[in-house]
Design a protein around this ligand. Structure first.
Ligand SMILES: [Zn+2]
Length: 79
């Protein structure tokens, strides 16, 4: 039994990608664009998907995106 040297693993905060995967065409060309304090536009540059989605301004765009994807998967949103 001895003291184990613990390796220090530095966690770098990676910047989240601004461009996301499109649930319709699968290309990495989807952006979440804030249009007002409680609304974002989810837009794809490839298949021209455009969806207005309610999201408070405190919400990270990545959370909004994840929520959006969940709703598509559950059938709540049809695109
Ligand atoms: Zn698309």
């Amino acid at each position: 039994m001895g003291r184990r040297k613990r390796r220090v693993i530095k966690v770098f905060k990676r910047k989240l990608p601004k461009i996301l995967a499109c649930p319709r065409c699968g290309n990495i060309s989807l952006i979440v664009e804030r249009v007002s304090d409680d609304l974002v536009n989810i837009k794809c540059g490839t298949c021209h998907l455009l969806y207005s989605y309610p999201a408070s301004k405190e919400k990270e765009y990545i959370d909004t995106y994840n929520e959006f994807i969940d709703k598509i998967n559950s059938g709540e949103i049809k695109i």
